[in-house]
Ligand binder design. Structure first.
Ligand code: HEM
Length: 450
């Protein structure tokens, strides 16, 4: 027998959910953690919204995969992101999203992505050549590397000299985006309100960068096989139409924004975890040395580096870059397990909790144990329990890109440096991505020095 939304477990609520909304704004992960104690599908009323949190991989798969056709993004997410990224594949729905996704997927297949490896390596090697041994702040380093990787793969151009300004702009916009999620509407950016001027400046910096590269390309023959060249050459298999100029701009912006902060965050946590786990670091480096012996890695080498890849997967299990606020709205009634959710229910999924739940991760869920991702691991990983790139038809478009990029950077780091911790592992702080609250400083020791 099925039950309705009203019969689901819920915390006791007053004032139409206003205190809960305030608690979410204060500490989102802690608030949702409390929800989890009440069950695997927990309801919450927020103002006039019926919402649920899902904590069980089977229920999550049922929603995001089986009932994908009855879900759209929760409108507040696209409303916030569309201010920056226009009508890109990240925010569109229905036929427009299907057309954009179908076209863009051609530029992000594993084979196409492998073609960017050389550009990725060039960015990595030039970036790392400038790094001196000693104490190094890892978040800005990886942010610079990942930004250089995405700019080179998008435009075959090295990162602008002012990458720190750009990184600060992205950080500012993503901090503001998270806060904006908890307001019912966004106030126009031209209003003279605190924070709006800084936001306009950050937006302009990113706009100028992307537009300058697109303008530079105008009128030139399509000889370039970078991502922009590919976007300009894409044709819809049904209509043979290309992307509009606005769509090309929006897709560049979304690739730039979604495509570097996530990878940089994952690598920052990875480096901190390896520094804190010298045995795992030593094992990953021994594997890299045995397979590559100091030469540059290529996409074809990754299959021979299962332990290195396991360290990256484990870092994204413990610290998923998109740790929370994977949100959807139902467009019709759907049944999840024995619960009937009416049309317009808002669904929240929280990888941060899913990835650390002892029911799906029976051996030491809080510990860094890359072995759990090796082929001979004793515990199989439940489908739907590990979702750093999301799941269902809206799974991350840049997944293969990110895995290749992170693996190449990780290999080059281990070939050059020993990573030593300076202080304890920082606490996480949720922006749009899950960042280390006080950054990560490591002592990098060059491999050929003692
Ligand atoms: C470690 C790196 C990355 C992580 C963890 C990550 C994670 C995610 C997740 C969880 C989603 C789905 C969100 C949802 O279902 O609501 C997503 C979507 C997306 N990602 Fe990534 N991402 C990464 C790198 C990238 C890169 C490098 C690109 C592009 C170059 C990219 C482009 C996108 C796009 C366009 C979407 C929207 C897809 C759609 O709605 O159809 N991501 N990403």
């Amino acid at each position: 027998m099925s039950i309705g939304w009203n019969d689901l477990p819920s915390p006791s609520q007053r004032w139409w959910g206003v205190p809960e909304l305030a608690a979410m704004r204060r500490d989102y992960l802690a608030f949702i953690g409390k929800q989890q104690r009440l069950g695997d599908i927990v309801r919450l009323r927020i103002l006039n919204e019926c919402t649920v949190d899902l904590f069980d991989p089977e229920l999550i798969r049922a929603a995001m995969v089986d009932h994908a056709d009855a879900l759209i993004r929760w409108e507040r997410g696209p409303a916030v992101f569309a201010q920056l990224m226009g009508q890109s594949v990240l925010v569109t729905e229905g036929a427009t999203w299907q057309r954009q996704r179908r076209m863009l997927m051609q530029a992000f297949t594993p084979k196409k992505v492998a073609g960017y490896a050389e550009l990725m390596l060039r960015a990595t090697d030039e970036g790392l050549a400038a790094v001196q041994a000693g104490e190094v702040a890892m978040a800005p380093l990886f942010s610079h590397l990942a930004m250089d990787v995405i700019l080179r793969t998008l435009f075959t151009a090295p990162a602008a000299p002012h990458t720190q300004k750009l990184a600060d702009a992205v950080q500012l916009l993503s901090d503001q985006a998270l806060r904006a999620m908890f307001w019912p509407a966004s106030l126009p950016d031209w209003l003279p309100l605190p924070g709006k001027a800084a936001k306009r400046r950050a937006h302009r910096l990113m706009h100028d960068l992307i537009q300058r590269h697109i303008d530079d390309r105008a009128g030139r023959p399509q000889t370039s096989d970078d991502l922009l060249g590919m976007l300009l050459a894409l044709r819809d298999s049904d209509t043979l139409q290309g992307l509009s100029a606005r769509e090309v701009y929006d897709q560049c912006m979304v690739s730039f924004t979604a495509g570097h902060e996530t990878s940089a965050t994952a690598l920052t946590w990875w480096s901190a975890l390896l520094a804190g786990h010298p045995d795992a670091q030593q094992r990953a480096r021994a594997e890299v040395d045995a397979v590559l012996g100091g030469r540059a890695p290529g996409p074809e080498d990754l299959a021979a580096l299962p332990y290195l890849s396991a360290t990256l997967k484990e870092a994204m299990r413990l610290y998923p870059p998109i740790a929370a606020l994977m949100t959807r709205r139902t467009t019709r009634e759907i049944v999840l397990g024995d619960a009937r959710l009416p049309a317009r229910t808002m669904i929240r999924i929280t990888p941060w909790l899913l990835h650390r739940d002892p029911r799906w991760w029976p051996s030491e869920p809080e510990a860094f144990r890359p072995e759990r991702f090796l082929a001979d691991a004793p515990d199989a990983i439940l489908r739907g329990a590990y979702i750093p790139f999301g799941l269902g038809p809206r799974v991350c478009l840049g997944q293969h890109f990110a895995v290749l990029e992170m693996s190449l950077i990780a290999v080059r780091m281990l070939q050059r440096f020993h990573l030593h911790p300076v202080g304890a592992l920082p606490l996480p702080r949720l922006a749009v991505t899950l960042r280390p609250a006080d950054g990560v400083v490591l002592r990098l020791q060059a491999r050929d020095s003692k």
